[in-house]
Design a protein around this ligand. Structure first.
Ligand SMILES: Nc1nc2c(ncn2[C@@H]2O[C@H](COP(=O)(O)OP(=O)(O)OP(=O)(O)O)[C@@H](O)[C@H]2O)c(=O)[nH]1
Length: 341
């Protein structure tokens, strides 16, 4: 049996630097990479821009954007690639899906959980969102899809920071952080970022990392990684208030009752799953030494027990939800009521 094929979804608004990033990767990489990409409209320019060599195959989907035809065209393309791999007609080590700048990642991400063959052969590694530091504020004001792309991200790569002042950059980061306080933010000028920062990060594994507001990292050029890591704002209060329709919510409580939290999660997803882009919980369950991990995308959710809590006195349940506006006070109250009495 072949190992699961890792797939990375690369998203970001028009002109955010997706092709530039892929080209940088292809110039600093030995793996064979399959890229599925598409452009909005009939003429696909990006295929021409991407560096062509023997380590890259490109499947272009020009028939509208991926998200409109996701259940059909993308699923079909993935099935076909799988068969060609099985037949030995084509060989590659990973797949990158570059979405059009106008795509909402939701249906693309869901494809990897819905289709049986895809679930059994492909492992969704992460959603990486590129954010154009120069234009993001305007894009967020004008295009709902821009906040969705940020909300879905496991990692955010900030581009074009060479074109803005330090203050503009900090303002952009503040706003991004409010939409998604779970994704680590990296900076890459002209796509210069080591692939280890955005490939094979296993974001959909049921692990115990919540990564809330961990920080901001500068990766610039080919310098040593560690020398360039710059911690950023730790959970700061936003300096300005924005009205983005996607925001991050954090629920916190002590030990929870398993039945109650099960019912809470079920109802939450039933009622608000369509609005909840990504969510993750690391929960302390009464009489259970291990952490309970919950992770989901809209109405697709996974649960598993993780490692035991190190310190029995520090068993705190945390649940992060990145969502369109929710009645937070009510949800927080319901969450607190799932505590074991
Ligand atoms: N100054 C500057 N320009 C950049 C940077 N990253 C990308 N660009 C430029 O921005 C333009 C758009 O970059 P692309 O890589 O084509 O962006 P894209 O996200 O693939 O664009 P679409 O396919 O239209 O969604 C190109 O002219 C790039 O050279 C950066 O970090 N700094």
């Amino acid at each position: 049996m072949q190992p699961l094929l890792p797939v990375t979804i690369l998203t970001g608004f028009l002109g955010a630097g997706k092709t530039t990033l892929i080209n940088y990767l292809l110039n600093h990489n030995n793996e064979k990479i399959m890229i599925i990409e598409n452009e909005f409209g009939q003429i696909n320019v990006d295929g021409g821009l991407l560096k062509q060599d023997t380590n890259i195959e490109i499947v272009e989907m020009t028939n509208g954007c991926i998200c409109c035809s996701v259940q059909g065209e993308l699923t079909q393309a993935l099935h076909k690639l799988h068969q060609q791999r099985l037949d030995g007609k084509i060989a590659f080590d990973r797949l990158i899906i570059e979405t059009t700048g106008l795509a909402d990642p939701a249906p693309i991400v869901q494809t990897f959980f819905i289709d049986d063959l895809i679930r059994q052969t492909i492992q969704l590694d992460a959603v990486i969102t590129l954010v154009d530091c120069e234009h993001i504020l305007q894009q967020l004001d004008e295009h709902r899809v821009a906040s969705s792309q940020i909300g879905f991200a496991d990692r955010i790569i900030l581009t074009k920071t060479d074109r803005v002042s330090e203050q503009q950059k900090l303002t952009a980061i503040d706003r991004i952080n409010r939409i998604n306080n779970k994704a680590l933010i990296f900076e890459a000028i002209q796509g210069h970022i080591p692939k280890t920062q955005w490939l094979d990060i296993h974001a959909f594994d049921l692990d115990e990392q919540l990564n809330i507001n961990k920080g901001f990292f500068v990766i610039n050029g080919n310098k040593q990684l560690t020398a360039n890591f710059k911690p950023f704002l730790a959970a700061s209060e936003p300096k300005q208030s924005w009205s983005d329709d996607v925001v991050s919510y954090l629920l916190e409580a002590g030990e929870l009752d398993l039945k109650k939290i099960g019912a809470f999660t079920e109802q939450l997803i039933e009622k608000y799953g369509n609005d909840m882009l990504r969510y993750k919980g690391v929960l302390a369950i009464h009489d259970q030494p291990q952490r309970l991990i919950v992770q989901g995308v809209h109405k697709v959710v996974g649960f598993d027990y993780g490692t035991p809590w190190d310190n029995p006195n520090q068993r705190i349940s945390r649940f992060v939800i990145i969502s369109r506006k929710l009645p937070f006070d009510e949800i927080r109250q319901d969450f607190i009521e799932t505590q074991s009495s």
